[in-house]
Design a protein around this ligand. Structure first.
Ligand code: ATP
Length: 475
């Protein structure tokens, strides 16, 4: 089943259960404390917090998300993307735990011929919060094997906003990929064999004094209890399509195929190269989606995240042996794979792709200038037996060749060495204080006589001619 069909079935199911289905909000988070929309619930926060009344007490969406926190996992685990889509159903003071559990179980286990996902109940596992006996008995009522219901503590299965406000236990749903993928014993034993697909949050408490997840105070029960759920579309797709990971699903894999053609190498033959193929596929799609929501490469905030995604793509392709421009092939491939769900990508694609290609050109120039210096530094490190590029070399690469430290770190790691980051930061700090001292010196040495003359003229009374001039001009 194609990814777009899996999303459609989710939204159709919840629409049939009286949910108002709304389109995805932008990836640019409306919340000033986060750069990107990181979860399906983000656009619904005012309703969940009771600050605004929702247009309908039950809603559902397929929300575009970006999580940069997961960037180091990309390509290495089977299940983490920087961009992914989160399906979600929400209840604002309407249905609660029993219905949320029932809806999730019914959609997951109903046969595909009847509009469901057709998961084998034997492969489903649930985790529940320590104190949440209620959720455990509800899962059992649905027919879940009691041995497949595990218990997790506050750290994993209790949700808060991080501050005072709503909070509550969660219950997560996992799919067992089978004994060839890890050890027995449910998600508690192995999160790579048992893949988390859906998180149900039951917001029934008001909490305050949230020092940490495990140190908070439950004030009492909320008057309006909410349901907030999030199901990873790519994770559902990877399991339902019988693939090995999210990068091999229909909306992502075409980029791997295009990268194979560009590099003349085959995906699936070398573990280290495969990680690069998957990084490329993930990052190209993230960059495309972020740019289509209006972000452009820059040196800070969202623009910098985007810049890093584009640069990491180019760098990963170089490791795969491609030195020529890659984005003019990979960007249109990703757009074609995504346009069934996001036809609006076509509206801005010309401008978006030109900007991405320009960024690639600029980065390739940076690389051309610095790459030989980096290679020398890496060889020096290897020869000296220190296994770290010196802080001095990393500083020169930054200062003279425009290599951001993240790039030096990543490129050094590609060649199996580290970087002396402490020394690098020390040199950066020294450079900053030198620059500050220089600025001060200039301030003191500067010839201020010109200002003295200016001050003298200002000391004379000034006749304000504005009104008269204005009235004479307007006649
Ligand atoms: P994990 O522990 O596996 O990283 P999570 O606990 O961070 O997941 P939630 O924040 O509960 O995940 O998000 C809800 C759902 O969104 C998850 O059950 C999963 O299916 C999906 N999801 C979360 N992060 C990612 C990601 N980086 N890439 C793809 N899907 C994701």
């Amino acid at each position: 089943m194609r990814t777009s069909e899996i999303a459609k079935r989710y939204l159709d199911y919840f629409k049939a259960h009286d949910h108002m289905v709304v389109p995805s909000a932008s990836l640019i988070s409306p919340n000033p404390t986060t750069l990107f929309t990181i979860a399906g619930m983000v656009p619904f926060i005012p309703y969940l917090m009771g600050e605004q009344t929702a247009p309908h007490p039950r809603m559902a969406s397929n929300q575009k998300c970006v999580r940069t926190l997961d960037i180091d996992e990309v390509g290495k685990t089977t299940r983490h993307g920087t961009f992914f889509q989160m399906l979600g159903n929400f209840s604002f003071g309407d249905y609660f735990k029993e219905e949320a559990i029932h809806y999730a179980y019914e959609l997951l286990t109903s046969p595909q011929s009847k509009g469901g996902y057709g998961f084998d109940p034997e492969k489903l596992w649930m985790t529940t919060f320590t104190d949440d006996e209620e959720a455990r008995s509800m899962w059992k009522n649905e027919g879940v094997d009691p041995e497949h219901i595990q218990i997790m503590g506050m750290e994993d299965n209790f949700w808060t906003t991080g501050g005072p406000g709503p909070g509550g236990p969660c219950s997560e749903i996992y799919v067992d990929r089978g004994p060839e993928f890890g050890v027995e014993g449910g998600p508690i034993a192995d999160e790579n064999r048992y893949i988390e697909i859906w998180d149900l949050v039951f917001e029934n408490y008001e909490v305050d004094n949230v020092k940490s997840k495990t140190d908070l105070h439950i004030v009492g029960e909320l008057e309006n209890k909410n349901i907030d759920t999030g199901a990873g579309l790519e994770r559902l797709a990877y399991l339902m399509q019988g693939k090995n990971n999210i990068y091999e699903t229909d909306e992502v894999y075409p980029v791997i195929e295009a990268a194979e053609k560009l590099s003349g190498r085959k995906y699936g033959e070398d573990a280290a190269a495969d990680v690069k193929f998957r990084v490329v596929a993930d990052h190209v799609r993230s960059a495309l989606m972020i740019m289509s929501d209006g972000v452009r490469p820059s040196n800070n905030g969202r623009g910098y995240v985007l810049r890093r995604l584009l640069r990491r793509t180019v760098q990963a392709m170089r490791v795969l042996g491609v030195n020529d421009p890659v984005l003019p092939t990979l960007f249109p491939t990703s757009k074609t794979a995504m346009e069934a769900t996001y036809p609006e990508l076509n509206k801005t694609f010309h401008e978006v792709s030109e900007s991405a290609y320009g960024e690639e050109d600029a980065f390739r120039r940076t690389l051309e200038n610095g790459i030989a210096i980096l290679d020398v530094a890496v060889n020096k490190a290897k020869k000296s037996g220190s296994e770290s590029v010196s802080g001095e070399d990393a500083f020169t690469l930054h200062d003279t060749y425009g290599f951001p430290i993240e790039l030096t770190l990543e490129m050094a790691a590609d060649q199996g060495v580290k970087v002396d980051e402490n020394k690098f930061r020390e040199l950066m700090a020294e450079q900053k204080s030198r620059a500050r001292a220089d600025a001060l010196k200039k301030r003191h040495n500067v010839d201020l006589s010109v200002y003295d003359d200016f001050k003298k003229t200002l000391a004379k009374p000034i006749d304000f001619l504005g009104y008269t001039d204005y009235s004479s001009r307007s006649k």
